[in-house]
Write a protein that binds this ligand. Structure first.
Ligand SMILES: O=C(CO)[C@H](O)[C@H](O)COP(=O)(O)O
Length: 275
């Protein structure tokens, strides 16, 4: 890679800025910057995610089998679970919804399970891309919607954790990326056409970005379409219609599954929603 003089200058001045920041932090707080997740917690969104996750784990997790969703908010739920296992002797088996969730469980030294051995979950804790006032959810921003929906369906209780940006009155108010739909790769084009014909709107094949040429491939080896809906009145009907299209594996609409949600707010409180 060839770096221009300007980018080298920026790189070194950024490094020295970080170095000064680290030293100042160490002096002030007597601990290293890397030790302090608190720095991240100065970010109101991260703080909100953590507050919601901690409260949900404290209020809903008891000994037994727990479904672990995916995404950045779930990271804090697993952190809290691990703390409770260590400090309070909580006994849990964790069933992951994705490669990411599996890694989190392993990294925190928690017991790993699967649906074959543990088909009945006490609770599943998961994030969401958006929730309306009835806890109808859009999920799958991280591409793990199929396993997430399975885990939600196997749990006595499905609890949502999210930051304040996800709490809407109606879907589409804040989340503009559409409804994720996992599709069999060879069928993506026909599914795309059928959705357009039956429900209107437009779909985009989710692309990997700069790290890989081509589309995003899910943990199940499939593609994701993001359907930009318009004028939906009945989400349950849409959820069913999408899943009836041959080639669709699952869609990211979770209708009538969650009964409880925790939203971390920017002022450090947690808003609870029940239905
Ligand atoms: O559905 C998901 C992944 O498929 C996530 O729960 C959703 O994208 C929310 O993620 P985050 O907690 O990072 O905001």
């Amino acid at each position: 890679m060839f770096w221009s003089n300007a980018s080298i200058k920026f790189h070194y001045s950024y490094r020295s800025y970080r170095c000064c920041l680290t030293l100042a932090f160490n002096r002030a707080f007597g601990c290293s910057l890397s030790q302090a997740t608190d720095v991240k917690m100065n970010d109101p969104v991260e703080n909100a995610k953590r507050l919601a996750a901690f409260k949900a784990v404290d209020n809903h997790v008891v000994d037994g089998v727990i479904g672990i969703g995916s995404g950045s908010t779930v990271v804090y739920a697993v952190e809290r679970l691990a703390q409770k296992v260590k400090d309070e002797g909580l006994e849990v088996i964790c069933v992951p919804s994705s490669f990411q969730a599996k890694q989190l469980i392993i990294q925190h030294g928690l017991k790993l399970g699967d649906l074959e051995m543990n088909p009945n979950l006490k609770v599943t804790i998961d994030g969401a891309d958006e929730s309306d006032h009835m806890l109808t959810l859009i999920k799958g921003g991280g591409g793990c919607l199929t396993q997430e929906k399975i885990l939600a369906s196997c749990a006595e209780e499905f609890v949502v954790i999210a930051d304040y940006r996800k709490a809407s009155t109606h879907l589409g108010e804040q989340w503009s990326k559409g409804i994720p739909i996992e599709v069999i790769p060879s069928a993506y084009r026909v599914v795309y056409q059928k959705i357009e014909k039956m429900l209107g709107g437009k779909s985009d094949l989710r692309m990997s970005g700069s790290s890989k040429a081509g589309p995003v491939v899910t943990d199940n080896g499939n593609f994701i379409l993001d359907w930009n809906f318009e004028g939906v009145k009945d989400w349950k009907e849409v959820e069913i219609t999408l899943n009836m299209i041959p080639g669709v594996v699952e869609n990211g609409l979770f209708v009538g599954m969650a009964r409880k949600a925790y939203f971390g707010m920017s002022d450090g409180t947690v808003m609870e929603r029940n239905v």
